[in-house]
Ligand binder design. Sequence first.
Ligand code: CP
Ligand code: NVA
Length: 322
Amino acid sequence: MKHFRTLLDLSEHEILTVLARAHQLKQLRGTASHPTPLARRSVAVVFEKASTRTRISFELGIHELGATPVMLDAARTQMGRGEPLEDTARLLGRYVDAVVYRTFEHTRIETMASEANVPVINGLSDDYHPCQILADLMTVQESGRELRGTKVCWVGDGNNVAHSWILAAGAMGMDLRLACPPGYEPDASIVKRGQSLDAGRIMVTHDVAAAAEGADVVTTDVWASMGQEEEAQKRKAAFASFQVDDSCMSRAAQDAIFLHCLPAHRGEEVTADVIDGAQSRVWDEAENRLHAQKALLEHLLQPSSADAAVESSPPATQRTAP
Ligand code: CP
Ligand code: NVA
C-alpha cells in the first residue's frame, strides 16, 4: 500500500509523473474531458489544526475526481472526547478508501498509516508538509525551470515546510540554501537525510544575503507555526532580520520567483512589496495545491495491474462487501 507521509514515499520518477499529471488536470479542469477515475470511492480528510487551503483543495479535488469527500474536524468527533487515534484509524479504514490527516506529532501520521489499512496522506504535521511542496514544485516548473539544478533560498524557520523542501531538494536534485536564525535551524537528522540523497546540495546558514545570492526561488514561512503560539513573542525578536524584502530579492536572479505556503504575515517574514509584487507566485502556488493533490490521489488510489490482480482475488476479511 502506498502512503504519502513525506516526499520520500514517492521516488523522483513518481514525483515527476504526479507533477506532469497535475499540469494536465489543471488544463482539463472544468471541461467535459476531465476524468473521474475515483468514482464510487471516498476519502476522509481529518483536521487537528486549522486550515483554509488544504481543506478547500482536498474537498474540491476529491469531488472533481468523482469520489466522496468526508471532511472531519477531529475535535468535533469522538477523538475530541478521547477516542484513541488507533481506534479512529481502524474505523476510518473500514469506511473510506484513503485518509488525509493534518496533525501535530509526525508519529500520529505514522500511526494513522499503520492502523488504517488504506493510503494515508500527510496534510501537515509538526515535521513535514509534503502536499505543499508538490504544489511548490509544480509552480517552479510553471516558471519554466527544470527542477534539477534549480537554486532555492529558504529564509526563516527550519520548520515543517523547510523540512519538506530539504527532502525535495535531495530527491529532485535542487540546490537549497536555508538562512535560519541561530537556534531555529532545521532538524539536523532531516538535513542529513536530504544531503544523503544528493550530497552537497543542501546548506544551512545564518546569512540571508548569502543564501539569496543568485537564487531562482526565494521562499519563506511564518515565524511561529501552528502549535507554537506561546513562543510568538520570543520568535519575533529572534527572526527580526530574517525577512524577505526588496533587498533580499535583489540578490536573487533577476527572474526569481517568490513563494509562500500561506497564510502570510506581511511585515514579518515577508514585506507587502514582495508578496504582492511582480515576482510573487503565491496565488498560483495556492491554486496548484488543488491540481497537485488530485494527481497525487489518482496516483495513490488507482490500482497498478499487480494490485488489481490482488483485488480481484477472493474477498479479504478487512472490509465487508456493501
Ligand atoms: N498552506 C496551507 O497548508 O494552508 P492551510 O493551512 O490554509 O491549509
Ligand atoms: N509552518 C506552518 C505552515 C502552515 C501551512 C504551520 O505549520 O503552521
